[in-house]
Design a protein around this ligand. Structure first.
Ligand code: FE
Ligand code: FE
Length: 194
C-alpha cells in the first residue's frame, strides 16, 4: 500500500471541490464500505479510501469530463459520449492516482468499476459497488431495503439486487444500458439464482 493517506486531510480536500451533498454521499460510502469490509474480511483501510475517492471527479460537468479525458488520453466509448457522466469512473481512478497519490491497483479498480460493476468483481470492487448504493444518504431506490438487509451477510445477493434496480431505472427512463452492466447482471444472476 502507498504511504498512509490521512483520511482527515483527504476529506478536507474533497470537501473543497465537491458539492455539499456529494461530499456527504462520499463520507457515507466510505464508512459503509469500511463496515462491509469488516463484515466480509476485506481490507478496511482500502475500502475506506476507495469509498472516499470513488466520486472525486464528479464535481465536473459531463462536457468538462470529455475535455479532461481527451486531455489525458483516456478512451471514451460511444455510450460514454452519449452519457458523459459515466466518465467520472475513469477520471476518478485517474485523479485518485495523479492528484491524490493512490497507486494501489485494487483501490483504483474499485473506483473504475463502481458504476457499471463487472462480471466476477474482486471483493473490494463489489463492496464499493454496493456501498455506493446503500449508504444512508441515498433516497429510496428500487430494492434498496432488500439490499441493506442482505449486504452484510450475502454480498452477491445485494449486488444482484442493485443490478436489478439499475436495470429497472434504465428501462423506466428509456435510457441506454451500458453493455458491461448487462454482462454483470448475467454473471451475478447465474451465481446467485443458479
Ligand atoms: Fe459515482
Ligand atoms: Fe457515488
Amino acid at each position: 500500500m502507498d504511504g498512509v493517506i490521512h483520511f482527515l486531510d483527504l476529506q478536507n480536500r474533497l470537501r473543497e471541490i465537491l458539492p455539499e451533498y456529494r461530499f456527504y454521499h462520499t463520507l457515507g460510502v466510505s464508512y459503509t464500505a469500511a463496515s462491509l469490509a469488516m463484515s466480509h474480511g476485506a481490507d478496511i483501510y482500502k475500502a475506506e479510501l476507495a469509498g472516499l475517492l470513488h466520486d472525486c471527479a464528479k464535481y465536473l460537468k459531463g462536457s468538462e469530463m470529455i475535455i479532461e479525458c481527451e486531455k489525458y488520453g483516456i478512451e471514451i466509448t460511444e455510450i460514454e459520449r452519449k452519457s458523459p457522466g459515466l466518465l467520472h469512473t475513469k477520471l476518478g481512478a485517474y485523479f485518485a492516482q495523479k492528484v491524490y497519490g493512490v497507486n494501489d491497483e485494487e483501490v483504483l479498480s474499485a473506483i473504475l468499476y463502481h458504476t457499471t460493476g463487472r462480471p466476477d468483481m474482486s471483493l473490494l470492487e463489489e463492496i464499493i459497488y454496493v456501498a455506493d448504493y446503500i449508504e444512508p444518504g441515498r433516497p429510496e431506490l428500487p430494492y434498496i431495503n432488500e439490499m441493506r438487509a442482505c449486504a452484510f451477510n450475502n454480498l452477491h445477493k445485494a449486488t444482484l439486487y442493485e443490478l436489478k434496480s439499475v436495470i429497472a431505472k434504465v428501462n423506466q427512463s428509456d435510457g441506454v444500458m451500458d453493455k458491461r452492466t448487462e454482462e454483470t447482471f448475467e454473471f451475478y444472476k447465474r451465481i446467485v439464482e443458479g
